[in-house]
Design a protein. Sequence first.
Length: 94
Amino acid sequence: MDPELLAIRKERAKLLAEAIAEEHALTASSILGRGRDPQVVAQRHRLWRMLWDSGLSSNAIAQICEVDHSTVLYALRKSGLMSARRKPQPVKAA
């Protein structure tokens, strides 16, 4: 990913994390960190779902949040947003 684009996406993720943290009396750094407290993890997964819903891939989310993409995939599958495997989209005839 282009370093400039990555920086922009990281800043966006940080702003989302700050908004989520404020709602739940947490810190953005805890949401973006690696802590395993269940409340923090739930809000971290919420952040990843928001990024996913905005159109980012699991690889992009992983790069932005500095985690392995399989961790992001696990969270998205657990939330029901993804099936175990992505099905290829059918090509529509024009």
